[in-house]
Design a protein around this ligand. Structure first.
Ligand code: SF4
Length: 240
């Protein structure tokens, strides 16, 4: 009998790495809970924005997109789209040279690692990943280096293409900046690739062992080592 496959995205890996109990609750117990109304609005704005960019890259003119806008939220979406189009040269490449909402999957034994690039530009010299962020640029954007979105997106592209890690980069564009849209580029290299490989191997091992223990005895995933900084600590793992 074929072993089941588990599909993991950067969001899964990030939550598993920063808070295993929340990962267990959201994905194994399916107790994710509803988003707070304000977060819900932001999430919808982000989803609508990504859809709008994709429609534009598929050839729908701005006038058509503007004509279908009905409420004030759509006006801010369109303004951000126009701003992005005016700022990112890669969006103006011929369709054959850029791919929007491009999905790739990489198998690691029983796990399928899945990524979706907002925009991917591949030339003979380099591979560039673009990601639209609908929150403001963080005060310390260098923290993005450690986020699993960065690590997984670059890792999967290196593993599923003939590029060397040094030929790859990822740029985050913060589309809701009040003035000029800001961006932050992360380059890649062989040492980072190997480091991600090791981290990924450890995290997937933790995932497999945790899942087996959960299925066998409903053993909860342990808190992160030395992590007791949140109010949910005792809720997830009540004291004796
Ligand atoms: S202390 Fe809080 S943030 Fe840290 S692992 Fe436990 S539940 Fe997660």
């Amino acid at each position: 009998m074929t072993a089941p496959y588990f599909s993991l995205s950067q969001g899964h890996l990030q939550l598993l790495s920063v808070c295993p109990p929340q990962f267990q609750r959201r994905y194994w117990e399916q107790l994710g809970g509803l988003l707070e109304p304000q977060r819900q609005v932001k999430t919808e704005w982000g989803q609508n924005f990504h859809q709008l960019v994709q429609q534009w890259t598929l050839g729908l003119p701005l006038e058509t997109l503007a004509a279908q806008s009905l409420d004030p939220q759509d006006v801010s979406l369109l303004d951000s789209l126009k701003n992005l189009i005016a700022t990112v040269p890669a969006l103006h490449l011929p369709p054959g040279q850029r791919q929007a909402e491009h999905q790739r999957t990489l198998a690691r034994d029983d796990v399928l690692l899945t990524v979706v690039y907002d925009l991917l530009v591949l030339t003979p010299e380099q591979g560039e990943i673009f990601d639209w962020k609908t929150y403001p640029q963080p005060a310390k954007p260098e923290k993005l280096h450690h986020h699993w979105q960065t690590k997984l997106y670059l890792y999967v592209l290196a593993e599923t293409s003939s590029y060397s890690p040094e030929q790859l980069s990822m740029t985050y564009w913060f589309v809701q900046s009040p003035e000029k849209i800001q961006h932050y580029t992360i380059t890649y290299n062989e040492a980072q690739h190997r480091a991600t490989e090791r981290e990924l191997t450890d995290l997937l091992q933790q995932f497999r062992q945790g899942l087996a223990a959960w299925h066998r005895h409903r053993t909860p995933l342990a808190h992160r080592h030395n992590c007791n900084r949140c109010p949910y600590h005792d809720q997830f793992f009540p004291p004796d």
